[in-house]
Unconditional design. Structure first.
Length: 166
């Protein structure tokens, strides 16, 4: 949705990924969607960074987060991996100090480790689709704050948009 919202170039295949280039505000941005298994996504991300001669501080990873309430969006640099295989792979390839946009999916319940995999890999309920579309639209619309490095403003603006749509 970020690529559509900001009129990026069509997707192409590079670095074991789908990539699209464009601008968000004043910043030139490369979107990378690894087409590897999740536990090998670090290699795809590392290839893209190496090719463009970018440091890890240029990287922002969007990922689902069990330990965050559904449809909440938080940004941080570094932190734990929380059992996320994609984060583990990127951490192994580049180290832990990359920016993460954490998209809450909630936990299926305390002490219910048996439900985690089906929850993470499952689809959203039909009743959640409008909220999901609103959240993804808010992320795409407010991405300029991320591109400019203003994580706090990004989180605030996304939260305000979600509050207005509720």
């Amino acid at each position: 949705l970020v690529a559509e919202t900001h009129a990026f170039a069509p997707w192409s295949k590079k670095f074991r990924s789908l990539v699209s280039e464009g601008r968000i505000g004043r910043q030139r941005v490369l979107l990378v969607k690894p087409q590897t298994f999740m536990n090998d996504s670090g290699d795809a991300v590392q290839q893209a960074l190496r090719f463009y001669k970018l440091d890890v501080d240029a990287l922002t990873v969007f990922h689902d987060e069990l330990d965050l309430a559904p449809f909440k969006v938080k940004v941080r640099v570094g932190g734990g991996l929380a059992g996320h295989n994609g984060l583990r792979s990127i951490d192994a390839a580049l180290g832990p100090e990359f920016r993460r946009v954490r998209i809450g999916i909630g936990h299926p319940g305390p002490g219910r480790k048996d439900l985690v995999t089906p929850h993470v890999l499952g689809n959203y309920a039909k009743s959640e689709m409008d909220v999901l579309a609103d959240m993804l639209g808010a992320i795409a619309s407010e991405a300029e704050w991320l591109a400019d490095g203003d994580d706090a403003r990004f989180m605030s603006e996304v939260a305000l948009r979600l509050q207005d749509s509720a």
